[in-house]
Design a protein around this ligand. Structure first.
Ligand code: NAP
Length: 244
């Protein structure tokens, strides 16, 4: 079996780290990318200890220059990127009436523009390989809307549109582009919620539990595999049924 290389952004913790581990377990070489090199090195080392192939690279998704440079470096060190998981994401919540331009721009720049620039940086390599997978981690709120998160929701709804456009542009080169829309997943991002908020959210979820990072990683590993070769432009809900 040929070893493919997967680059996962935001792989230092949470969903990104779980995706990197699942992709490594499936036999891919993984490049873990985020800002905190120390955490990335530790994560890459833990994957290697379990017999996987992994290396760490710093990237700042809020800077197109950083993305282009880091991906160039990743390709030089790990070879062509076959699988890109655009997972890194940030929130800067607040009601629209008072939202600062900085908070709007930072979230759109990181979550949406960052994903586009990363996709742009890997697509010519994927075209040459005549095989590619781009998987964008959007969110259930990108499908439903959410008060207090206009910037985040717009970035995630944008990712859904981006997924469908790229899927159409790249299909003839055997590159599939899909999105996963997680519901509420227990990570640092949702650790700020109070127990009361978590109980209220759980009551709205038919499967009656919050999701785990591994629930998302399993979906990503499937979309990255040969088993998903006829699926493109798909938005895969992994949300316990909270939005159908
Ligand atoms: P998390 O625990 O907060 O982790 C976010 C990751 O993104 C970290 O690895 C962080 O690493 C990286 N990151 C943040 N800003 C970055 C930047 N400018 N450049 C590079 N890397 C950056 O979040 P999570 O819960 O795992 O979420 C992962 C993705 O799933 C996000 O896109 C999020 O929107 C989406 N999602 C999460 C949930 C949920 O309930 N948790 C639900 C729906 C969608 P550094 O700080 O080291 O850079």
């Amino acid at each position: 079996m040929t070893t493919r290389t997967a680059l996962v952004t935001g792989a230092s913790r949470g969903i990104g780290l779980a995706c990197a581990k699942a992709l490594a377990k499936a036999g891919n070489k993984v490049v873990l990318a985020a800002r905190n090199l120390e955490k990335l090195e530790a994560a890459a080392a833990s994957i290697r200890e379990e017999g996987g192939q992994a290396l760490a690279i710093t990237i700042d998704l809020s800077s197109p220059e950083s993305i282009q440079e880091s991906i160039k470096k990743a390709i030089a060190e790990a070879g062509p990127i076959h699988i890109l998981v655009n997972n890194a994401g940030v929130t800067k919540d607040g009601l629209s009436m008072r939202m600062k331009m900085d908070d709007w721009n930072q979230v759109i720049q990181t979550n949406l523009t960052g994903a586009f620039v990363a996709a742009q940086a890997v697509m010519s390599g994927m075209m040459k390989e005549r095989w590619g997978r781009i998987i964008n981690i959007a969110s259930v709120v990108g499908e439903m809307g959410n008060p207090g998160q206009a910037n985040y929701v717009a970035s995630k709804a944008g990712l859904i549109g981006l997924t469908k456009s790229l899927a159409q542009e790249l299909a003839s080169r055997n590159i599939t582009v899909n999105a996963v829309t997680p519901g509420f997943i227990e990570t640092d991002m949702t650790a700020v919620l109070s127990d009361e908020q978590k109980e209220r959210i759980t009551s709205l979820i038919p499967l009656k539990r919050l999701g785990q990072a591994d629930d998302i990683a399993a979906a990503v590993a499937f979309l990255a595999s040969d088993n998903a070769s006829y699926i493109t432009g798909h938005i895969l809900k992994v949300n316990g049924g909270m939005y159908m």
